[in-house]
Every structure is written in C-alpha cells, then in structure tokens.
Design a protein around this ligand. Structure first.
Ligand code: ASP
Length: 316
C-alpha cells in the first residue's frame, strides 16, 4: 500500500493487520524510552492547513517514536500565508525527499491531489468534510480493545453528519469490521443519500438504547455558512447525549474537540463509559502503525529491546 487517502483503500484484513501492529507499538509507548529505529534516516512532513490539536501532535509523536526526521508545517506562519499554492508548497517540501507527507486541508480531495504531485507516500489527515481515515482506524482500535470485536455490534453516530469527515470514514470502517451503523441527527444535518454507504438513518434518539456504542459528533460551526438548527439550545434538547440518554453499559465516543454542553453533557464526558482519552492515546500507536505500513510494510516491526540503564541511573 502506497498511500492512505480513504478507508476505501483498506480491506478488513488490512485494517486488522494495521491495528495488530498498533497493539505491538503500545508496548513501546509504555517504555521509558519510547523509540524504535524503524524509520531512522527517513523524513516525514506534516502539512496542516486547518486547525488540529490531536491529529497533528499524534502524527508528530508517531513519526518521532519511529525515529524519523519530522518537519511540521502549518499554513499559518508559512509561505501559504503569502499565497503559495498547495502544489507549489508540496513541490517545495518534496525537495527534502520526504518518505511521507501527512496532509490536512479544508478542501475535499486535497490529499488525493498531493499524491499526484509527489513521490512520497501520502496520508490523508482530514480533507474537508470528506474523510479522516486515521481517526476511523484509531476508533476501531479503541473499540477492539473494549469490546474484543465489532462483529454484530450496533453503533450509533449522532450529530452533525453533514459536515463531518469522521462520520463517513467511521461508517465505512465500522461496517467493514462487521458492525451495524445508524447515523442520527436533524434532517438538515444528514446528507441526502447517506444510506447508500450501507448505514441506517434516524432522526430521533428513540432507538438509541439498543446501541452498544454511542459516537457523538461535534457541531462543525466552521463549515456552516447558514443556520442548520434553530438554536444550539434546541439542538441540545433533542440530540445531546447526557446521563438520561446514555444507558449503563453503552460506550461513549467522540473524536474531539468536544463542545461541552452542546453534543455532550459534562456528566457523561468524564464518566467511565466515555473512551475519549483512550481514543487520543490510541492515536499515537495507530499512526505509528500507519506510517510503518506505508514506509516499512511487509516486515515485522523492529521493536528493539529497552536500553540497559546507565551506571549513574542504576546507582540512583
Ligand atoms: N477532530 C476531528 C476532525 O478533524 C473531528 C472534529 O473536528 O470535530 O474532523
């Protein structure tokens, strides 16, 4: 596999292989020195044209833990601010001969374009409202850890499906792993024809108690040019996941960042049913596994033995 642009690039066996490898990297993350030499001497460029906390920091950490040289470029403060086009920026950064370019852009299809302009492997870290494949992989990883398997599980994705790249990638990935998916939200926030992805569509939370997993989505204000709901208060009254709506035993997921008091009530965000912190933790090992798959795939991970303590440390 050369690029990861969409979950459609992956069969179930590919997802399982990547996530098994991510689990082997979890052992590295537990060490004091969290590094393996796998990508030593190779360069990973992170190119972020849109706001990001979790995705950018975890891709950076993932590449560093694999010992790659990492260059992180954000549109703000770079020559993109001066009007340099995506193509020119990619060609400029390609002069460093990167092994991989990780790209986030507000434009649908940006990662696919970058893949045409460079010889590097390209990872889509979110292209507009289209796809966010590594988010879906880390969510499947988190669920496999909690549930063992997704086969036959019912997953409800609730909220602003229309503007969410997470919704599309996750519907595809959850279904590929054997789950049944229902998307739910106000009709104005569900894209027409979304059922063609194979999921069900609901406009009320009436069926929510039957779900094994409730996956809440953020209201994506930055992509809204008009009002899609009468008010956030009215939206929350009908769709907010709170203690009364989350049944005991259900898992609660959210990709972050959370709008507290809008899609989630404070009492469920910090409850043991929420996997939000586990999802962030999974982000590092899953992205290590994705970089490994693209840049070193086909070989067993070189998980080096933990270094022996230095005499001074041993004496301490
Ligand atoms: N962090 C996710 C994304 O970049 C979800 C969100 O922003 O709501 O799509």
């Amino acid at each position: 596999m050369r690029h990861l642009l969409s979950i459609d690039d992956l069969e179930r066996a590919d997802i399982e292989r990547i996530l098994d490898r991510a689990a082997s990297f979890a052992e590295v993350s537990g060490r004091e020195i969290k590094k393996v030499p796998t990508l030593r001497g190779r360069t990973v460029v992170n190119l972020f044209y849109e706001a990001s906390t979790r995705t950018s920091s975890s891709f950076e950490l993932a590449a560093k833990r694999l010992s790659a040289d990492v260059v992180s470029v954000r549109s703000v403060g770079s020559s993109v601010d001066k009007g340099e086009s995506l193509k020119d920026t990619v060609q400029t950064l390609s002069a460093y001969d990167p092994a991989a370019i990780v790209i986030r852009s507000p434009h649908v299809g940006a990662a696919e374009l970058v893949a045409r302009w460079t010889t590097a492997s390209v990872v889509n870290a979110g292209d507009g409202k289209h796809e966010h494949p590594t988010q879906a992989l880390l969510d499947v990883y988190t669920l496999r850890q909690r549930l063992g398997s997704l086969d036959g599980k019912s997953i409800w994705i609730v909220g602003d499906v229309l503007h969410s790249r997470v919704a599309r990638s996750n519907v595809l990935a959850f279904q590929r792993m054997g789950a049944r998916v229902t998307v739910c939200g106000p009709p104005t926030l569900i894209p027409r024809g979304f059922e063609s992805l194979g999921c069900e569509v609901a406009y009320t939370l009436d069926g929510l108690p039957a779900a094994d997993v409730v996956y809440a989505l953020r209201m994506q204000h930055e992509r809204m040019q008009e009002a899609f709901v009468p008010s956030l208060r009215e939206y929350a009254a009908v769709y907010q996941i709170d203690r009364g709506r989350l049944r005991p035993g259900q898992l609660l997921m959210h990709p972050g960042p959370v709008n507290r008091g809008v899609e989630l009530a404070a009492d469920v965000i910090d409850s043991p049913q929420a996997t939000i912190v586990a999802q962030v933790e999974a982000g590092v090992v899953v992205r290590m596994a994705v970089l490994f798959e693209l840049l070193a795939g086909g070989h067993a991970p070189e998980v080096a033995a933990a270094p022996a303590p230095q005499p001074a440390e041993a004496a301490a």
